[in-house]
Design a protein around this ligand. Sequence first.
Ligand SMILES: *Cc1c(COP(=O)(O)O)cnc(C)c1O
Length: 379
Amino acid sequence: MDKKYLFSPGPTMLPPEVLLKMAEPIMHHREPEFERIFAEIREGLKCLFQTKNEVLIFTSSGTGAMEGAVSNLLSKGDKALVVRGGKFGERWGEICKAYGIEFIPIDVDWGKAVDPKQVQKALDSNPSIRAVYTQASETSTGAKHPIREMAEIVKKYEETVIVVDAITGIGVFNIPMDEWGIDVLISGSQKALMLPPGLAFAALSDKAWKFVERSNLPKYYFDFKKELKSAQKNQNSFTPAISLFVGLRESLNLIRKEGLEAVFRRHEKLAEATRAAVKALGLELYAPDSPSNALTAVKVPEGIPGGKLKSLFFEKFGITVAGGQDQAKGKIIRIAHLGYYGRLDMVMVISALEMLLKEMGYAFELGTGVKAVEEILMK
Ligand SMILES: *Cc1c(COP(=O)(O)O)cnc(C)c1O
């Protein structure tokens, strides 16, 4: 029998509670029952995003909300600053380009976090920058960016907002939107929210809503103003992914029951155990200085082809891990631990890693990584 496990940083594994809810007969999205669910979801999302403002929900993958955060915030002739430390940072630049927005990139070496001083410098020398686009956690490299520090800097500029793609940050580590002064905070369903792909989320500060008021870039489906009006009536502007909404209510319930603080601590523990294990095996982290608790990117040892290791995970154990993209292709594997993951899941994935490395000729003592995981979990 082939039992399958997802250890990819999206989509992630799903709790049975959520799966069962989504399997129920579908309801109509203009019925009072759906509106009640919508109202509950709105409250749950505000707690999760740690904001008093509305969290907009779109039926799309996470990139939809990213696109909306360009087309709704900016106007023709505006300039943007883009933190480009991996594939998702590059995506911000690509979206800007598609909307004719000139952007200044801050290119960060893959695996590194951006230095907030560079943001300060760029804003000082380019007063026409209206928005700073960044990731909280750059999923392609496993690095975490200093959001609090960047938000602190951008706050001083009345005519500039900070937009944070926290698709692998929200529900993983603390990003209190209002407290830190984040202007736009974005998430997606298939990561720490323990849902299938298909929903994107965006919350806006009062400052950001002023940008939306004057924005003149074209938009239709991802129209933040239109969606805000609908949300306030517990509606979507278009047919929402109804089953995902029903699942979302359940996953938000699970998060609320565990408690946000406990959710963050669990992710920290899983991440810490995974990092300790790969180090004990003599492997290096791809983002050693500022690793995200969402996933662990591991450098594949010399002489071992990363692509092969990734496919053996699946062939031998039914485990999906992610490989590297572009310049990291074949050089890293990425092990996710965001969302519905418990302590013993990490024992399993590290055990599989050990067996595969052994088979591929890497020299170490079997059990070294598993032992390191157990030691962290017992602390
Ligand atoms: C998954 C992810 C996205 C969204 O990708 P989609 O394929 O559109 O869901 C965006 N940013 C980051 C950092 C991600 O991890």
